[in-house]
Design a protein around this ligand. Structure first.
Ligand code: HEC
Ligand code: HEC
Length: 348
C-alpha cells in the first residue's frame, strides 16, 4: 500500500514538473561526471566542489585552450606558450613573448599535475586554476585580448554556444564558465607514467648510472635535490625558495605577492617531471641544459641573504663531473612519453 502511494507521488510530481529530464535528451540530463583518479604513486586529489569535472566541460576547455579566438589578434592560443611535445611549456622563447612581440619577464611553465598545486605561477600569485585563466588572455604582453570582446566572439560562434550548453546548461559564454572549462581540462593533464614510475612499479630497468643518479639526487651530502624536489610523487614540495641565482634579483618573485623582505628572490619549486623536455630552465630561462642546472647547485649559487639553508650549508663542489652527469641521467628517466603523445591533451 505504501509503495503505491510513493508511485502515485512520483507520478504526480513528474506530470507537473515540465523540466524533468527526458531520457535520451543529453542537454536535459546535464553533463557527464568525470571522476579523476590519482594514478599509482601520486597523492590523493581534491576537485573543487564548485567546479566538478565533466566530460563536456573538459572537451570545451580543451577546445578553448587551443583556440586563438581568445587572443587580441586571433593568432595566439594558450598552446603557443604551452606546447604538448615540450611538456606544455614554451621551447622557442626564453622569456614568453605575446602577440605584440613584447617579451615578458618569465619563462613559461610546464602544465601537468596542476590539480595538486596549492598555488600557481612562479611566485604563487594565483591560488587556483580557475583564477589563473583570465590573466594570460587579458595581459598586454601575452594574448592581449579584451575579455568582453572574447566573450562576444564566443557567443557569436557557430559551435561554442552549443558546447557551453552541453557543459554548463547555458548557451551563453561568461568569464566564469570560461575559467571553469579551461581549469577542468587542465586538471585532467596528469603525468605519472615516466620510466621512473615504471621502474618503481617493477616494469622497467634502470642502468647503473641512473641508479647512481637517483641515489645522489636524494643523498643529503651530495645532490640533496630531494630536499625540495621531493623524490617520487610530484617531484616538488611546492615551497618558495631562493636558490642563489643572483645577488640582486630584477624579478623579486614571491616578494611581489607577500611584500616580506624574507621572500625576495624566492620562486616556487617546480616539479622535475618531464624536465628533459622543458628547456630553457629557471624562472627566467637562463639555463639551456640540465647539466648547467646541476652545476648551479654544485658551484654556481650565490650567497644571497635569503639563500635557502639547504644550499647555504652545502659544500661548494661536493659533486664530481661524473656525479653531476649521473644526476642528469636520472633526470632523463622522468620523461613521460605517453603523456606528451596522449591524444586527449592534443589539439581537438
Ligand atoms: C605568451 C605566452 C603565454 C601564453 C599565451 C599563456 N601562458 Fe601560461 N604561462 C606563461 C608564463 C610566462 C607563465 C609563468 C608566469 C608567471 O610566473 O608569472 C605561465 C604560467 C601558467 C600557469 C601556471 C603553471 C604552474 O605550474 O604554476 C598556468 C596554469 C598557465 N600558464 C595556463 C595558461 C592558460 C590556460 C593559457 C591560455 C588561456 C596560457 N597559460 C597562456 C606563458 C603563457
Ligand atoms: C632549496 C631547494 C632546492 C634544492 C635543494 C634544489 N632545487 Fe632545483 N629548484 C628549486 C627552485 C625554487 C627552483 C626554481 C628557481 C628559480 O627559477 O628561481 C628550482 C629549479 C630547478 C630546475 C629548473 C626547473 C624548471 O622548470 O625550469 C631544475 C632542473 C632543478 N631545479 C634541478 C635540481 C637538481 C638536479 C637539484 C639537486 C642537485 C636541485 N634542483 C636542488 C629548489 C631547489
Amino acid at each position: 500500500m505504501r509503495n503505491i502511494w510513493i508511485l502515485c507521488a512520483i507520478f504526480i510530481f513528474s506530470s507537473c514538473a515540465k523540466d524533468v529530464p527526458v531520457p535520451g535528451d543529453d542537454v536535459a540530463q546535464g553533463p557527464t561526471p568525470l571522476n579523476i583518479q590519482a594514478p599509482f604513486g601520486l597523492p590523493q586529489l581534491t576537485i573543487p566542489q564548485n567546479n566538478p569535472t565533466t566530460l563536456e566541460g573538459v572537451a570545451l576547455g580543451r577546445k578553448l585552450f587551443y583556440d586563438p579566438i581568445l587572443s587580441g589578434n586571433n593568432a595566439m592560443s594558450c598552446s603557443n606558450c604551452h606546447a604538448q611535445n615540450f611538456g606544455f611549456t614554451d621551447h622557442e622563447n626564453t622569456l614568453s613573448t605575446g602577440i605584440d612581440g613584447i617579451a615578458g619577464t618569465r619563462n613559461s611553465m610546464p602544465l601537468f599535475n596542476l590539480a595538486w598545486a596549492p598555488a600557481l605561477l612562479w611566485d604563487g600569485g594565483a591560488t587556483d586554476l580557475e583564477s589563473q585563466v583570465l590573466a594570460p588572455i587579458t595581459s598586454p604582453i601575452e594574448m592581449h585580448e579584451d575579455l568582453t570582446n572574447a566573450l562576444d566572439e564566443l557567443n557569436a560562434h557557430s559551435e561554442y554556444p552549443a558546447l557551453f550548453e552541453k557543459a554548463f546548461g547555458t548557451k551563453s559564454a561568461t568569464s566564469f564558465l570560461l575559467m571553469k572549462a579551461i581549469a577542468q581540462f587542465e586538471r585532467t593533464m596528469i603525468s605519472a607514467d615516466s620510466r621512473y614510475d615504471r621502474y618503481i612499479r617493477g616494469d622497467a630497468q634502470f642502468s647503473e648510472q641512473e641508479i647512481r643518479g637517483m641515489n645522489l639526487f636524494s643523498d643529503m651530502n651530495k645532490g640533496d635535490c630531494n630536499h625540495c624536489h621531493t623524490l617520487g610523487g610530484l617531484f616538488t614540495d611546492f615551497g618558495y625558495r631562493n636558490t642563489g641565482l643572483n645577488l640582486e634579483y630584477n624579478d623579486q618573485g614571491r616578494f611581489l605577492i607577500t611584500l616580506n623582505e624574507s621572500d625576495k628572490g624566492k620562486f616556487k619549486t617546480p616539479s622535475l617531471r618531464n624536465i628533459a623536455l622543458t628547456a630553457p630552465y629557471m624562472h627566467d630561462g637562463r639555463f639551456e641544459t640540465l647539466l648547467e642546472c646541476v652545476q648551479h647547485y654544485n658551484t654556481g649559487f650565490q650567497q644571497h641573504p635569503n639563500l635557502d639553508p639547504a644550499l647555504a650549508f652545502s659544500v661548494h663542489g661536493r659533486l664530481s663531473q661524473t656525479e653531476m652527469e649521473d644526476i642528469v641521467a636520472f633526470l632523463h628517466t622522468l620523461t613521460d612519453s605517453a603523456f606528451i603523445a596522449n591524444q586527449a591533451f592534443s589539439a581537438p
